[in-house]
Design a protein around this ligand. Structure first.
Ligand SMILES: NC(=O)c1ccc[n+]([C@@H]2O[C@H](COP(=O)([O-])OP(=O)(O)OC[C@H]3O[C@@H](n4cnc5c(N)ncnc54)[C@H](OP(=O)(O)O)[C@@H]3O)[C@@H](O)[C@H]2O)c1
Length: 190
């Protein structure tokens, strides 16, 4: 299903990224300590238990990622559990995990023909290049952007500095006790 065919009943593609306050998703050296929870506490914020987080993650049917994000996940520690993962790449890769499959080619076909018949809750989780391509092709139904309370100054731009003006509809805002804020936007006005 593509964004233009948006349908509340059908499968949906959620783009999820964590950004710094100044719009970066990675540091030049790829270190990730900026994603750690800071010591400060925002009293009015919410916190979720490990059980709640596990229930939420269990509802995700499939992750889609670019090959650079895949390489880093292998290196830094696999964050996707046993959930199916599709890695978009033009290269040949040795199969490192049973839950991973590789895809090369048309991204609209990936969503419409490969993912939509099998999965409902599809999460696109990076990186900048792949997210930008998905947005350009209008394949994203929902954007969930988590803002980390930190300025990085430089690094990799969110969506690789996507250039097209486009309106999205704010659906939800959640502020967490650790100072992170999650913004959810829908492509569909509803
Ligand atoms: N903060 C966050 O939430 C977050 C989340 C994820 C990643 N990241 C960061 O983002 C960085 C990686 O992002 P990135 O933009 O450099 O790379 P990326 O999007 O993860 O991967 C790019 C690769 O994906 C493949 N690809 C992309 N579009 C394709 C298409 N249309 N057809 C075929 N293959 C395609 C290509 O692989 P081949 O070269 O193999 O052909 C391309 O080199 C890392 O630093 C990571 O830490 C941050």
């Amino acid at each position: 299903m593509s964004r233009s065919e948006g349908n509340a009943e059908g499968p949906s593609v959620t783009l999820h990224m964590v950004s710094s306050l100044d719009g970066f998703i990675a540091k030049k050296d790829n270190s990730v300590s900026w994603l750690d929870s800071p010591g400060s506490v925002y009293q009015a914020g919410v916190s979720i238990s490990e059980e709640e987080a596990a229930i939420f993650l269990k509802a995700i049917d499939c992750y889609v990622l670019g090959s650079r994000t895949y390489e880093l996940a292998l290196e830094l520690g696999w964050p996707y559990g046993d959930t199916p993962v599709v890695v978009v790449t033009g290269r040949e890769w040795p199969l490192a995990r049973k839950t991973v499959e590789f895809y090369s080619g048309d991204l609209k076909k990936l969503v419409d023909e490969k993912l939509a018949p099998r999965y409902r809750n599809i999460w696109l989780v990076g990186g900048a290049m792949l997210c930008r391509r998905f947005l350009e092709l209008a394949l994203v139904d929902e954007i969930r952007l988590t803002i980390a309370p930190v300025l990085l100054g430089e690094g990799l731009r969110l969506f690789g500095g996507s250039a097209t003006e486009e309106r999205w509809n704010l659906k939800n805002v959640v502020a967490y006790k650790n100072g992170f804020v999650e913004l959810s936007y829908s492509a569909h006005a509803e």
